[in-house]
Design a protein around this ligand. Structure first.
Ligand code: DMJ
Length: 631
């Protein structure tokens, strides 16, 4: 077959049968002439009579019957009247339609036959692509094993690994945060050995640590340690009353440890005079403590609810959920700017403090949990959390109205800040942290379904489509923040060229990037901490849009991590400067590299049935929590 044919042989057959124009009379005569039995019949008088009867019968049906295709909306009917001077429900018009040339549409191809010369070639291509992603997924698993091996060798039981000096460090309070953050990633990747090592460490050490350690941050401990324990409880079969993983302790161990921890964390709520909890807790005496300066971060107090709700659901004790949800109930009553909130809040007065509006540090996951807590409760308009979804939608309208801008010269879409409120200047600064928003926007639009399913179900309204568009534009910008640097890794913070703002000689170093003049990277912001937000959004966008470019982008980012952050003796390190080669290394492997970054990359390359987005919500530290709570 000629290569110039647009479709496969199968499609040409299909084309011959269905899309070549044939007149009405030809259809009738052909159907008789192509059948011997019918030809015999045609020669006898009974046959002629029957034929006439058939022709009149068909004509009658055409004139009187309204087919489902003719059922049009009021507006469409008016449109037809205006253009043709006749309603399409009119019989004469219908007769006219019989003779009108059918539009020549391209055949609808089965998904596995799109864009190839023949179905067989494409099947091979599909098989090749599938095996390529399986190989890439395995590379991410290997990276996780390498990261864990460094941690285990030099820092087991410490919060984090210092991969260059071969030490451990306890900047998160000394609860072995990497062990707990990494555990469910190992479960998802099916690495039983690590599940057993991490699980056994938790069983033997964590409760003791929880009762003896001192000051911890409520938010960090909740999202990493409590979230990790709860997800491990679910993934290991806790709700089914069995151990699914066959490695590590019984799921009940994770739940008991989680309750022990949460009981102490509750003191941050009960010690506060308002619904807004203090930022810290002293674990050994179960007391809450305000941060120096007295203020809590807005994101921190509003990013506890998924974990506390789920704990209430599986423990049957409502006290956790009640305390955490009081925060949201209270924030609902506070004044906002088009749904946007300042990044500080006072636990003493219960009021927001200052007018710094941003979706980066201290603001980010407030917006994430507005959506996800509602999704967790079943995403119903009638649920008692639907006010959170309303707050989310209002806030996203506010983001689109007040914070979205485009760069010059190439029109990258980014989210800036209003550090001095609505009447102050706009700052074209975006933390890498803001890249979470792309995934959240897509999730909010389709509620975890694919875009195609959501469109089929007529679920996407105008705002959803706007949010979906922003999600895709922002993901592109976040990816370009990586591609624009010499190392292929993003800086912690980027600024963007706009009509009002420019800086010379502060590009990312990759002169071949199309966006080298759009993105500005200041010396103090050039570090990379192995953060997950961009690959998190690529994962969500791939699941929702099914566009393979998101996987390709994720793969490029993974390769850059491999090239510049892998430490031979075990583990991965942060970088001081992503714009210079070789980049200077920083002696720290953050817990979220195992808890989030590698997990999201693995899921990006894995089959979509693994932790499906309509069955799980990920807490802000990437610990999956099942949707649909038991009341
Ligand atoms: C993580 O601890 C969480 O994702 C949090 O919401 C933001 N910062 C880090 C990762 O960058």
């Amino acid at each position: 077959m000629s290569n110039s044919l647009p479709y496969s042989k199968k499609d040409v057959d299909y084309d011959n049968a269905k899309f070549r124009h044939r007149s009405f009379s030809k259809v009738i005569t052909q159907s008789f002439l192509t059948s011997n039995r019918k030809r015999d019949c045609f020669s006898c008088s009974t046959g002629k009579f029957l034929l006439l009867l058939l022709i009149f019968g068909v004509a009658y049906l055409m004139l009187t019957h309204t087919s489902p295709g003719d059922v049009v909306s009021k507006d469409q009917t008016i449109g037809n009247r205006n253009s043709e001077g006749i309603s399409i429900t009119n019989g004469a018009g219908r007769l006219k339609k019989l003779w009108r040339r059918a539009p020549r549409l391209p055949p609808r191809l089965p998904p596995d036959a799109k864009g190839t010369n023949n179905g067989i070639g494409h099947a091979t291509e599909n098989r090749d692509a599938r095996s390529m992603w399986i190989t890439r997924k395995q590379k991410v698993k290997d990276a996780f094993i390498h990261a864990w091996s460094g941690y285990k060798k030099y820092a087991m039981g410490h919060d984090e690994l210092m991969p260059l000096s071969h030490h451990g460090t306890d900047g998160l309070g000394g609860l072995g945060a990497t062990v707990v953050d990494a555990l469910d990633t190992a479960m998802i990747m099916g690495i039983d050995e690590v599940v057993a090592e991490a699980g056994t460490w938790i069983e033997e050490n964590l409760s003791d640590r929880i009762s003896k350690k001192g000051q911890v941050n409520l938010f960090e401990t909740t999202i990493r340690v409590l979230g990790g324990l709860l997800s491990a409880y679910h993934l290991s079969g806790g709700e089914k009353g069995m151990n699914i993983t066959h490695a590590g302790p019984k799921p009940a161990v994770y739940l008991e440890t989680a309750k022990n921890l949460a009981d102490r964390l509750l003191s941050a709520f009960t010690a506060s005079p308002t619904a807004i909890p203090f930022s810290d807790v002293i674990l050994h005496d179960s007391s809450g403590r305000a941060a120096p300066g007295g203020l809590s971060s807005t994101a921190e107090v509003s990013t506890l609810q998924l974990e506390f709700n789920y704990l209430s659901s599986v423990s049957g004790d409502q006290k956790y959920s009640l305390e955490a949800m009081k925060v949201m109930d209270h924030i609902k009553t506070l004044p906002k700017t088009e749904g946007l909130v300042p990044i500080y809040i006072s636990p003493h007065s219960g009021q927001f403090s200052g007018e710094n509006y941003r979706l980066g540090s201290r603001g980010d996951s407030y917006y994430e949990y507005l959506l996800k807590v509602w999704l967790q409760s079943g995403a119903s308009r009638d649920s008692n959390t639907s006010y959170l979804y309303d707050m989310y939608k209002e806030a996203m309208n506010g983001v689109r109205h007040l914070l979205v801008r485009k760069t010059i010269p190439n029109g990258l879409v980014f989210i800036g800040e209003l550090p001095y409120g609505l009447n102050g200047d706009f700052s074209p600064k975006m933390d890498h942290l803001v890249c979470f928003l792309s995934g959240t926007l897509a999730l909010g639009a389709t509620k975890g379904l694919t875009k195609e399913q959501a469109m089929k179900n007529n679920m996407l309204n105008f705002e959803d489509l706007e949010n979906m568009k922003l999600a895709e534009d922002l993901a592109k910008t976040c990816f370009e923040m990586y591609a624009v640097t010499s190392t292929g890794l993003a800086p912690e913070i980027a600024y963007f060229h706009t009509e009002e703002y420019s800086e010379q000689d502060l590009d990312g170093g990759n002169k071949s990037s199309e966006y080298v003049n759009d993105i500005i990277i200041k010396p103090a912001d050039r570090h990379n901490l192995l953060r997950p937000e961009t690959v998190e959004s690529l994962f969500v966008l791939y699941r929702i849009t099914e566009d393979p470019k998101y996987r390709e982008w994720g793969w490029q980012i993974f390769e850059a991590f491999e090239k510049y952050t892998k430490v031979d003796t075990g583990g991965y390190c942060s970088l001081d400067d992503v714009t210079s080669i070789p980049p200077h290394k920083r002696d720290k492997m953050e817990t979220f590299f195992l808890g989030e970054t590698l997990k999201y990359l693995y899921l990006l390359f894995a089959d979509s049935s693994l932790i499906p987005l309509d069955k799980f919500v990920f807490n802000t530290e990437a610990h999956p929590i099942p949707i649909k709570l038991k009341s």
